[in-house]
Design a protein around this ligand. Sequence first.
Ligand code: 1GP
Length: 237
Amino acid sequence: ENLYTQIKKAKTQNQKLLAILIDPDKMDWNTVAILISKINQSPATHIFIGGSLVHHNIIDELIVRIKQDCTLPIVVFPGNPSQISDKADAILFLSLLSGRNPDYLIGHQVTAAPILKQTQLEIISTGYILIESGNETAVERVSKTKPLDRHDLDLAVNTALAGEMLGSKLIYLEAGSGAELPVPMEMIKKVAQKIEIPLLVGGGIIDLHGIQRAYNAGADLVVIGTAFENDLNFFNP
Ligand code: 1GP
């Protein structure tokens, strides 16, 4: 059974999923053993690995290291095609639907396709939607695209619907790593009501209450990066 089938099954059974995002650039290699043991003690169901600027060889090494002591599925969440690692289980094949930069809509995907064809990675097509979140985040800076207006619920819904109709298997509502404000609950709710496919939500969620609120609004999987990076006891205070 592949990862996507498991994610869809969890959605059907209303089991909420949680991914811890590790950005290899921000990680401290001296404490990697502690990091892994904290992940094992946490309620995480998935590990996402990636970042805006990371290099491929660090990712390979990190995945191999994590797999020594952790059985959670590892999903590459790439900032660009150089982050593809066949050591992972799957990759979110992202298209940045909120933006109008062709490189992030289809260009990098064309570069990545022949590389991915040579791996065993499970490829999960993901409609990636960046939402305005107070501050300018790395996604906005690196992709040179504008996020969607956080008050324009219709635009978010229509963008997600278009992604679903284009064949995305997941929709990811992203406030951006370290966002000042998370994706608005009302937006999560509206989007979740309109799409059939699983909904991922991340960016700027800083406490357990925030995770719960996103689930209650309709997120199927929540992504936590910065809050866990800053405090490895985030899940067991
Ligand atoms: C970023 O959605 C993820 O792509 C996680 O964001 O680092 O703010 O938790 P945070």
